[in-house]
Design a protein around this ligand. Sequence first.
Ligand code: F6R
Length: 616
Amino acid sequence: MCGIVGYVGDRQALDVVVEGLRRLEYRGYDSAGVATVTAGVLHTRKRAGKLGNLEKMLAESPLPASTVGMGHTRWATHGAPTDRNAHPHLDDDGRVAVIHNGIIENFATLRHELEQRGHDLRSDTDTEVVAHLLSEEFEPAGRDLAEALRRVCRRLEGAFTLVAVHAEVPDVVVGARRNSPLVVGVGAGENFLGSDVAAFIAHTREAIELGQDQVVELRRDGVTVTTFDGEPAEVRPYHVDWDASAAEKGGYDHFMLKEIAEQPRAVADTLRGRIGPDGRLHLDEMRLSDDELREIDKIVIVACGTAYHAGLLAKYAIEHWTRIPCEVETASEFRYRDPILTRSTLVVAISQSGETMDTLMALRHAKEQRSRVLAICNVNGSTIPRESDAVVYTHAGPEVAVASTKAFLTQVVAVQLVALYLAQVRGTKWGDEIAAHVRELATMPEKVDQVLDTVEPVRALARTLVDARTVLFLGRHVGYPVALEGALKLKELAYMHAEGFPAGELKHGPIALIEDGLPVVVIVPSPAARSVLHDKIVSNIQEVRARGARTIVIAEEGDAAVEPYADHLVRIPRVPVLLQPLLATVPLQVLACEMATAKGYDVDQPRNLAKSVTVE
Ligand code: F6R
């Protein structure tokens, strides 16, 4: 949730660190801070608010040249987002600086003990205790900062990525990881640390993923990784296959617009290499044998936010193709209700970042109950796929805007692939039926592109809706999760009250909300595939319109029945019913993005949000 960068090498550390922070700002933007070491002296600058505030401060009050440094952008957990609570935090003498992502659960006890020993803690954060503890351990650890950090980590409870520098070891940056992400970037004569590879991708594409409970010592000429007990640790070096330009805006005003536009490619990349010439699917990272897949008698999907909506869609696909009962649960609720899990339950954890703590904890709970876990994830090597038995990566590329767009579409593709693959292995559908659907799936990049070509009127429509107090979204069958996703996008971006309902529920309460001029967005199922459902939703449109609603209807090409009742009609190509969400979601993303822009809001970094929620 916070962004972390560390550097040691020959360049000006501050330039590298601030540039890295800019790429990580999506992780949190309540405050930002840096620390460097020059000639045995530690220097820091930190400021509440976005990175721009810190940059202004650095311009007014520059730091001396340094080749060792670290930086942080914060998403506040303990303590208000003020200058005082911004990272880095220091010990009493200002010799050690620490930055942190996560939550130190036993910080209150540690703080009390430190205060009893005469330390003066100046912030409200949980992080500051680490700076004081490191300071205490430095001498006993033989002035070895990595060893001091290992000793401190053994006393910490909770989730943390920590990075620290010390005035007396000016050529070293140390880091530690438990339950929060930290990646090493390996350069020539320089090395980097980052919450994710975006922090250093402009300098190196060679990375090392740190495992759980590991400490890294970074020097100009090398990287040493150990366990918290000081044993040499096994690490996984890898090559990052996307470049810096993929993390840039590429000419768009916002990352979100760029990411919406990238959806045809993201969908194509997620399908690439997975469909054989005979229409059979190959999921190489599945890592569960066919026998194991045949044993599954229940599937439980856990995810949060937008990924949860992809999970809701997975249920339709999985139950249709495999006839295996499937439940979908908000990850944050899952482990608290004692769910029924057995060895033959497959738990599917869906997460763009692979670091969402609620989803990770749900996954761990499932593993404790001996269930098998399959991750659907976008970030290679992140914690959720690492801890899962199998993984299907969505190849959306880096998603920087906080509101998820292309990751969602690729998650929907991935769940289709998983459902069809299970059907293929278990023989629950005829091979040619599966192959026909797979062929349709393969046409989706082109169809998403067609939708993108026709969204201009949606932009114009969005600008007329900015004064609405509420927007309702209605859908049925797979249109219902799309309605939820449309409402979530509007809440998080345009800060508007929005609700998604199954259209059939209208008469059971929500219809009371309808008043003159209230915008109601309706996602209409294909008239071909399920005509009863289609006819019912056409009735629902009439019901809300009769009560004064302004109807915005998303319907397939050729669906003439909706025309008399649509104040605004958005057309999408005709596709098999289970694939319609891949198209119907796109205008809703555009609608929310445009409404937020029209209201003057920061589309890429909406207030109070962070890209990956690495605390529970
Ligand atoms: C909404 C959004 C969030 C995330 C949720 C899960 O636009 O981005 O609701 O979908 O926080 O994040 P991941 O997929 O990283 O687990």
